[in-house]
Design a binder for this molecule. Structure first.
Ligand code: F6R
Length: 239
């Protein structure tokens, strides 16, 4: 699919709306970063103007930085609240993320896996892709079967994300909690968005490369229902 970012957002929002209309108690997988922002704008617009309701839906975030203060604007919990949760009618507590401030981080990861399973699993999972091929924060080398756990962010990802931290890479946390590749693969539909030439190599590997932990997104080739939405620039290395 080759189209400008707004059209990609409409397609992703269509998939989510179709689910919500069919099954209001849908479980949504929510990504942070730039890629899903237009999708969230479109969903908020449909909520406001067309009555699309999230009142019975649940949301599970992909990942969270470790150790960012509860009120830090870049804490993913706060980003998700700002970008989508507070703009629609999710019930209180319906959107959850891994707890990057927990005293016992491995226990928080295990609890998060139980919460997703307890909700019946994710129906549709929004995803972006890192320039190094990561999805969620599953950096190169991640086990294709991994579950929610602590990860060290690569220098590349911290540099990529420094734009959210006053362009100061030293302010970007060094660790995160992230759903594993196995966790993500359990979702019933994966919808990945990628725009811009800087994503072209990662998209090429995702779609056409050999399945490899060194390009973690390639695991999606084994998913029975994966949709990859790209603009011309992100598609520019596809054969
Ligand atoms: C964020 C996440 C990351 C981003 C990826 C791309 O929750 O899981 O995998 O999707 O780093 O980031 P953007 O969209 O900012 O280019």
């Amino acid at each position: 699919m080759i189209a400008p970012a707004e059209e990609l957002a409409v397609l992703a929002a269509d998939a989510i709306e179709a689910l919500l209309r069919r099954e209001p108690a849908t479980v949504l997988g929510l990504a942070t970063g730039s890629s899903p922002l237009k999708v969230y704008d479109e969903l908020a617009r449909r909520h406001e103007q067309e009555g699309l309701s999230f009142a019975r839906a649940r949301g599970f975030m992909l990942d969270e930085y470790v150790g960012l203060a509860a009120d830090h604007p870049e804490r993913y919990r706060n980003v998700i609240d700002t970008e989508i949760a507070s703009r629609v009618d999710f019930a209180p507590g319906a959107v959850q993320g891994p707890d990057g401030l927990a005293d016992d981080l491995p226990a928080a990861c295990a609890a998060y896996e139980r919460a997703i399973a307890g909700a019946g699993g994710v129906d549709v999972q929004l995803l972006g892709i890192g320039t190094d091929g990561h999805i969620a924060f599953n950096e190169p080398g991640s086990s294709l079967a991994s579950r929610t756990r602590i990860k060290t962010l690569t220098r590349q990802t911290r540099v990529d994300n420094a734009r959210f931290f006053d362009d100061d890479v030293d302010q970007v946390p060094t660790h995160c909690l992230t759903q594993g590749l196995g966790t993500i693969m359990d979702a019933r539909h994966l919808v990945l968005l990628a725009t811009g030439r800087h994503k072209a190599e990662a998209v090429h590997q995702l779609v056409e490369g050999p399945i490899s932990a060194m390009w973690p997104a390639t695991v999606m080739q084994m998913h029975p229902h994966a949709t990859v939405l790209v603009d011309d620039a992100a598609a520019s290395r596809l054969q």
